[in-house]
Design a protein around this ligand. Structure first.
Ligand SMILES: [Ca+2]
Length: 125
């Protein structure tokens, strides 16, 4: 009887780990960006997950980012909350080819970003 209970506890533990791993992998698949306090991906970093539509940045990261890495995804960045105001589309290649991503001042968005969303929100959810 005791052995059965121990066996059950072990099986439950394994299931928990598998589920945990599965949800971490799923989370990594969600669109996200890394914002940087300074140009050229330097300074402090802030990761924002973009699943579920427009994301307003937390107060401490509002009007803060000077460069961005979109991790090969298309992302709209906007200078007002709720993806309003002036928005710039950062294409998947932005992180390497488009200078805007390394130097938001070129898009007149240095320390101006307040919200962002994935370009494929309707498809990806
Ligand atoms: Ca900054």
């Amino acid at each position: 009887m005791k052995a059965k209970i121990i066996f059950l506890v072990i099986v439950m533990g394994i299931c928990d780990s598998v589920n945990g791993l599965r949800s971490s992998i799923k989370r990594l698949d969600d669109p996200y960006v890394t914002l940087y306090s300074n140009e050229f991906h330097r300074g402090e970093q802030h990761v924002e997950f973009l699943k579920g539509g427009c994301k307003n940045l937390p107060e401490t990261r509002d009007n803060w980012a000077s460069s961005i890495n979109t991790h090969n995804r298309c992302v709209d960045v906007c200078d007002m909350k709720d993806c309003q105001g002036r928005c710039i589309r950062m294409y998947p290649s932005s992180s390497t080819k488009n200078n805007f991503a390394l130097k938001l001042s070129l898009a007149e968005l240095n320390d101006q970003i307040s919200s962002l969303k994935s370009c494929y929100t309707l498809l990806k959810g």
